[in-house]
Unconditional design. Sequence first.
Length: 94
Amino acid sequence: MAEIAARTGMLSIEEGKAERLAESLGGYFRANSAYNLDMPLTLKGSELADIAYMGPAGHHIKPEELAQLAAADGPVATTAKFRISLFTVGASAS
């Protein structure tokens, strides 16, 4: 949701997060499969503020300021992007 991040100051997902997750689970689980799920959204100010407030950036700014930033310039078209990773029980073969 880069468009929301640009407006509200949300943090982005750090590089290599999926790899670090798989590595941290490697002693207990085996990576099975993964796929991406993208959902186009058009959000108005209050919805934008709610989404931004759910993440860590939302707790580094006052709710009133976040609501003001989110409402600026009207609704925003964005895409919610999810990475679905499936793991099975059992250590990886690495």
